[in-house]
Design a protein around this ligand. Structure first.
Ligand code: PMP
Length: 286
C-alpha cells in the first residue's frame, strides 16, 4: 500500500513526498522530531508530545510551523488515510531550506520544513519481547550535551544499536562517568527493594513522555520512585530493570552486559507498570 505522507501542508503519495537537498535537516541534522504511538486508531499521550515538541523548537529557536489543533488534525488524517490501527506517527520539523549550504542560520522568516508519516505495527501492545525481556549492553555516552532536545542527530544511538546487535544483545544503555544515562531510544530504570530508580531530568537525557506518565502512575499506585543516577554495577545487582519509550511502552530488561538482572526473567514491577501504562494510556487516548 502506498502511504500518504504529509509535507509542508500537503498530503502526498509517499513516492511524491520530497524535500530539498538544501534542507537544513538533511545537511546539518538541524531539526527535531516526535513519535506518537497509535493504539486502536487513537493517539497516546498526544498533549505531552506536543509540549515537548514546543520545548525542542524553542530550545533551537525554530519557528512553530503549526498550531496544536493543526498538528492534531494532521495526525488524525494520516492515521485515517493510512488505515493505522496500531503503530505510530512520526513528525519532523527542520529549520527549513535556505536555498544553499551555510553554517549561519537562514534569515528569520525562512519557513521550517514539516514532514509526517505513519508506520503500521499490528499488535504493537502485544510485543512478544515483553514476555522475554531485552538484553542490553553498555556503551560510553559520547553524545552532545543537549540530549534534552529531541533532535534528529541519531547517528550515535544508531551506532550503539548496531554495536548491541554485534554483541548479541537487543539494545544499548549509555554510560557517562560510571552512571547510566539512558537507552539508545528509551529511558532506563532499575528496581531495588521495591523502589523504582531512574535518572533525574537534566540536559543529560531526553525527558521521556512515557517516563513522565509511568512515574506518575507508579506514584499513584503507592510505589516508591527515586529520581537519581545509578551505576552499571548497581544495575547489574538490581532486582529488576526496564526501559520506557512511546513505542515500547514499558519493556523489561533481563540482562546487562551478559549478567542476568534479578532472576533473569521479566520482573513483577515492570510487568505491573506495563499493564497500568497500557490501560491508562488507552483510556486517555484521543
Ligand atoms: N531517550 C531517548 C534517547 C529517546 O530517543 C527516547 C525516544 N524517543 C526516549 C528516551 C523515550 O522518550 P518517549 O517516552 O517520549 O518516547
Amino acid at each position: 500500500m502506498t502511504r500518504t505522507v504529509f509535507v509542508n501542508g500537503q498530503y502526498l503519495p509517499e513516492d511524491q513526498a520530497t524535500v530539498s537537498v538544501f534542507d537544513r535537516g538533511f545537511l546539518m541534522a538541524d531539526g527535531v522530531y516526535e513519535v506518537v504511538s497509535v493504539l486502536d486508531g487513537k493517539l497516546l499521550d498526544f498533549d505531552g508530545h506536543m509540549r515537548r515538541l514546543a520545548r525542542s523548537l524553542d530550545a533551537l529557536e525554530i519557528a512553530h510551523p503549526m498550531s496544536d489543533a493543526d498538528w492534531l488534525a494532521a495526525h488524525r488524517r494520516l492515521v485515517a488515510e493510512n488505515g493505522v490501527t496500531d503503530g505510530l506517527v512520526y513528525l519532523q520539523v527542520t529549520r527549513g531550506n535556505p536555498g544553499d549550504r551555510d553554517f549561519a542560520y537562514p534569515p528569520a522568516g525562512t519557513a521550517p520544513t514539516v514532514v509526517m508519516f505513519t508506520q503500521s505495527k499490528p499488535g504493537l501492545a502485544d510485543n512478544p519481547q515483553a514476555a522475554t525481556g531485552l538484553r542490553v549492553v553498555t556503551v560510553p555516552d559520547i553524545r552532545w550535551h543537549r540530549r534534552d532536545i529531541k533532535t534528529v542527530q541519531l547517528l550515535y544511538p544508531s551506532m550503539a544499536k548496531m554495536e548491541a546487535k554485534a554483541r548479541g544483545a537487543d539494545d544499548a544503555w549509555m554510560v557517562e562517568d560510571g552512571f547510566v544515562t539512558e537507552g539508545t531510544s528509551n529511558n532506563a530504570y532499575i528496581v531495588k527493594g521495591g523502589a523504582i530508580v531512574t535518572r533525574a531530568l537534566s540536559n543529560d537525557i531526553l525527558h521521556g513522555i512515557t517516563r513522565a506518565a509511568v512515574l506518575r502512575f507508579a506514584r499513584e499506585a503507592q510505589m516508591t520512585v527515586e529520581e537519581r543516577s545509578f551505576t552499571v554495577d548497581e544495575a547489574k545487582a538490581a532486582d529488576e530493570a526496564f526501559i520506557t519509550s512511546a513505542s515500547a511502552f514499558v519493556m523489561p530488561v533481563v540482562a546487562i552486559d551478559e549478567a542476568a538482572v534479578g532472576t533473569g526473567a521479566p520482573g513483577p514491577v515492570a510487568r505491573r507498570l506495563r499493564e497500568i501504562y497500557l490501560e491508562e494510556s488507552r483510556h486517555t487516548a484521543i
